[in-house]
Structures are given as structure tokens and as C-alpha cells.
Unconditional design. Structure first.
Lengths: 181, 351
């Protein structure tokens, strides 16, 4: 096959410089055709999602706000190893480790836990490398399915444990679901 | 003798016509955005009121509350006069339009027309061409080269297309034999619409109406990309609002004129039957509704074309106006004349 006849898209059209006929030069036919094309769009289904009332369905792997997981007994998974902070390309994560007391066994799964765990949501690029790096399955971007809300203050974007740790009732529900299965 | 009932009747008609023109212009802005959105697979304004129906009010409120900016111009007076002329000429034209035949109320025949003058069409053309001054003065007084450029474009475009528009009208007037819009409406009873007799005249008139109202594809006077808005670049607040409003009022009026001249105005098939069997009032209210349906279609058509055809180049515009439309309308006049005088001509040539 010669190069002139190859058409990968199947829509190849050879440009011709032939003289236009009288009707073509009037343009009226072309305009009427164009009007029919636009009126077809008038009756098409609109692509708009009416945001506050309708929310776009998120993909199962959508990376939204981070969540620090609890296990089935409601204990925090995180052991403050710092691998997430190390892997973070945007350096958005800081933490401070502390040792678990004897009466805190129901709160933290490991002997060491994160006393302070902060993510700067303005720095975060939601790449998910922290999730990949975590050896304890503690941090997930895919479970929360929420966007980080907007705010007027920069300080408001530094999320502490109060906003990152999975709520206890969610953990309890997960445990119940697991038991049911 | 002018009695007080006559004055009251006419005042009511005038106020109603004025209000309707304003409301139609207002809701044309809403319709413009809605139609534009729908033609582009969007939904358009839908937050203010049901389907965004309060959007024009919100827009008006916003424009009123905005800062009134005056550019550094020596022509502050003309700067204010510009939008005033544009607005008043846009509202004046509706005086001669027959919205319906007549209503029979309180034992009186009420003509549904502010005034039935026998030169209504001339009056319309006269007032419309004064409208150019609004744009011209505004653009000139803005002391801004883009505004001036837009004003010059608008003025030359409107002057050129007025010629073709007037000539296309002459062919129609030769047929109707009157300039009164009321009589032109009456002549088109039933489906006896002028568009079937003068399609070429209608086409030329339609194209010229697009040019006269500065609508796409002839919106060279206010192209955003080249002239940052054209003649109203320096305007803000409600003066800007008046220009935009005048444009939509003009669109409404030209849609009305198209409907009245070529599409039978308030006439609909079976109107005579309605008058005889159902009553004058019902027949005429339906007539008004029919007229407004026609007007709304033409307003929609303006918007439809806007999102179909891209803007002309200026030389193409002038070429179309002077070298195509004007010769075409002159040829139309000659052909119409021959058809009207065919019996005399045949007799003259000895058939």
C-alpha cells in the first residue's frame, strides 16, 4: 500500500482545491447543515453533574483525603516508623513517636505509636507513595473517598490526627462486617 | 376631540408594550445563556430561581450595585448620552407594532397597537438608524482606541446594511402597497404570509437584521477577542447594562418586525373562524400568543445562528453587503415590478 492511501483513523480525507459550485459559494446549504448539527446538540443529554446535589461517582482507586486506619479492635495501626514521611516526595508528612503505656493497649496496636501525625494538605500531591510505603497498612488514600475541603487559612490545611484517624464507629462497623462474612 | 377614555386606553397599551419589551429583553439575556449552554451540551444558569429564571434580576441587581467608572475623557456628557440613545431608540420602535387586531373590552374596541401611523415602517427604519448614534457616540466618548474601532465598525456596518435592508423592503412594499404595519398584518390573514411571495426579500432582510443588531456572524463591532468588547469596553455598571439591554431589545424588535412583515404577525389559520364562533377577545388573545410564539422562534433563531456560524472577516462583511445583497435586492425589486405589472406589460407589448 502506498503512503497516500494509508489511513489509520479511517477518516482520512484528501484536501481538494477544486472550484466551488454556485450552491457551495452561496454557503446557505452549508449554514443550514450547520444549524442542524447545532440543534442536535440542543437535545443531547447534558454532561453536567449538578455538584452539590449530585456527586460524581468516584473510582474505587480514587485517592482522596488520607485516613489512618484502625484494626478490627479499634486500635490504631500506625507505629510511627516514619517510612511514609520518608517516601513522601512532597515532604508533606511529619510525625512524633511516643511509647505506648500499659493502659493504652486498647488504643494502639504496636508498642510505639504516633503521638503527633500531621499532613500538610497543601503540600500533598496525593500520589499514594505513603500508602505504598506503609508496612503496617496504616495509611490509606483510597478509603475515605472525600476531597480535602477548602479553607481560607493556610494553617487549616495541616491535618492532625483528629482529622486523619479513622473514626471509631467506622472501625466497629468494619469489624462487624468482617465477622458477618 | 380626544376624550379621556382614549388617553387612558392608549396609556395602558403603551405601558403594557413597554413592560413587555423590557421583560422580553430581560428574558432574552436569560434565554441567550440557556440556549448557548444547551447548544454546547451544558445546562446553563440554574441556581437563581427555578431553571435560573431569576438570573436576569440578579444580573440587573449586580450591574446596579457596581462602581460607575468614568474613563479619562473630555466628553463626559456624551459618555452618558451614548447608552441613553441606544436604550431609548431600542424602546421607541415597539410603538408601531400591531400586537393583535383588537380587543373588545368595556364596550370599546381597543386597538392592540400603541399608534397606527401610516408610515410605520419608515418610522421603524428611522428610529433604528438613530440607534447607530448611541453606539457611535459611546465609542467616541470612551476615549479608547478599541472602543472607537468598535464604534467605527458598528457605524459603517449598520449604514451599509441599512441600504440592503431598505431595498429588500421596497420589493415587499411594492406588493403590499402600504407602509402601515397594521395593514400589512391584515393583508396576511390565513396563511397568506408574505414570506411565500417574497422569499428572497425575506432572506436579505434576515441577513441584514443580523447585521443591524450586531449579532454573530456580524458582531464585528463588539468582538471580544479583537476589540475587548468593542464600543462598550469602557462602560461599567448600569450604563454597560443599558447597552447590553438595548441590544437585546433590538433583537426582540427585529424578531417582531420579521414576524409581522413576513410571517403574518398575529394571524393564524382559522382566525376568522375563531372571531365568528368563539369571540373577538379569545381570537385576539390567541393571536397575541401566536405572534409571541413567532417572535420567540426568531429570537431563538438569532441565538441558534450565533453558536453555528463563526464571525465574518470585515472585508467579507462589506463584500456581502455591497456586492451581493444590494444587487440582489435591486434585482428582486425589478422582478417584483415585472410580476406586478405583467398585465400592463403584456398589453404594452401587444399580447
Amino acid at each position: 500500500m502506498s503512503i497516500e492511501t494509508i489511513s489509520l483513523s479511517g477518516r482520512k480525507k484528501v484536501v481538494s482545491n477544486k472550484e466551488m459550485t454556485f450552491w457551495e459559494r452561496l454557503y446557505l446549504v452549508a449554514i443550514v447543515k450547520g444549524l442542524f448539527i447545532t440543534i442536535k446538540h440542543f437535545f443531547k443529554k447534558k454532561a453536567t453533574i449538578h455538584y452539590p446535589e449530585q456527586v460524581r461517582e468516584m473510582s474505587p482507586v480514587y485517592r482522596g483525603q488520607h485516613m489512618l486506619k484502625r484494626d478490627e479492635q479499634g486500635r490504631e495501626n500506625c507505629t510511627a516508623c516514619g517510612l511514609c514521611a520518608l517516601s513522601c516526595p512532597a515532604e508533606a508528612i511529619t510525625m512524633k513517636a511516643a511509647e505506648r503505656k500499659a493502659d493504652e493497649k486498647h488504643l494502639y496496636r504496636e508498642e510505639k505509636y504516633a503521638e503527633i501525625y500531621e499532613i500538610n494538605m497543601l503540600r500533598c500531591i496525593f500520589c499514594g507513595l505513603c500508602e505504598e510505603a506503609c508496612p503496617k497498612d496504616a495509611i490509606y488514600l483510597t478509603t475515605s473517598k472525600v476531597l480535602v475541603p477548602s479553607s481560607y487559612e493556610r494553617e487549616d490545611f495541616i491535618f492532625g490526627k483528629d482529622r486523619l484517624v479513622m473514626p471509631l464507629d467506622v472501625a466497629i462497623k468494619n469489624a462487624q462486617l468482617n465477622n458477618a462474612n | 376631540m380626544v376624550d379621556s377614555a382614549f388617553i387612558i386606553e392608549k396609556s395602558v397599551v403603551i405601558v403594557v408594550v413597554f413592560a413587555i419589551t423590557m421583560i422580553m429583553a430581560m428574558y432574552s439575556t436569560w434565554a441567550e445563556r440557556k440556549v448557548a449552554a444547551f447548544l454546547q451540551d451544558r445546562v446553563g444558569p440554574n441556581r437563581a430561581g427555578w431553571g435560573g429564571l431569576l438570573q436576569p434580576l440578579a444580573d440587573g441587581l449586580k450591574l446596579f450595585s457596581k462602581e460607575e467608572f468614568f474613563p479619562n475623557t473630555p466628553n463626559r456628557f456624551l459618555f452618558v448620552v451614548g447608552p441613553a440613545i441606544a436604550m431609548s431608540t431600542a424602546l421607541m420602535t415597539s410603538a408601531v407594532i400591531p400586537w393583535g387586531d383588537r380587543l373588545h373590552l368595556f364596550g370599546r374596541d381597543i386597538l392592540l397597537q400603541a399608534t397606527d401611523i401610516n408610515i410605520a415602517l419608515l418610522y421603524f427604519f428611522g428610529v433604528v438608524s438613530v440607534g447607530v448614534y448611541g453606539i457611535m457616540i459611546g465609542g467616541w466618548a470612551s476615549n479608547n482606541k478599541f472602543s472607537l474601532m468598535g464604534a467605527v465598525r458598528a457605524a459603517s456596518q449598520m449604514v451599509s446594511y441599512e441600504v440592503a435592508m431598505g431595498l429588500s423592503m421596497i420589493a415587499l412594499l411594492m406588493m403590499t402597497g402600504t407602509l402601515s404595519l397594521k395593514e400589512i398584518s391584515l393583508q396576511q390573514t390565513g396563511m397568506n404570509w408574505n414570506v411565500f411571495y417574497q422569499p428572497l426579500s425575506f432572506l436579505i432582510f434576515l441577513i441584514c437584521a443580523f447585521a443591524e443588531t450586531n449579532r454573530t456572524p456580524f458582531d464585528l463591532a463588539e468582538c471580544e477577542s479583537e476589540l475587548i468588547g468593542g464600543y462598550h469596553t469602557e462602560y461599567s455598571s448600569m450604563k454597560m447594562g443599558f447597552y447590553l439591554f438595548a441590544e437585546y431589545a433590538n433583537m426582540f424588535i427585529s424578531a417582531t418586525i420579521i414576524s409581522v412583515l413576513f410571517f403574518g404577525g398575529y394571524n393564524y389559520p382559522g382566525m376568522q373562524w375563531m372571531v365568528e364562533n368563539v369571540g373577538v377577545n379569545a381570537a385576539n388573545i390567541l393571536g397575541i400568543a401566536v405572534l409571541f410564539a413567532k417572535i420567540c422562534f426568531w429570537i431563538f433563531f438569532y441565538m441558534w445562528v450565533r453558536w453555528t456560524i463563526p464571525r465574518f472577516r470585515y472585508d467579507q462583511l462589506m463584500n456581502l453587503g455591497w456586492r451581493i445583497l444590494i444587487p440582489l435586492s435591486i434585482a428582486n425589486i425589478i422582478v417584483t415590478g415585472i410580476v406586478i405589472l405583467r398585465h400592463d406589460l403584456a398589453a404594452f407589448l401587444g399580447f
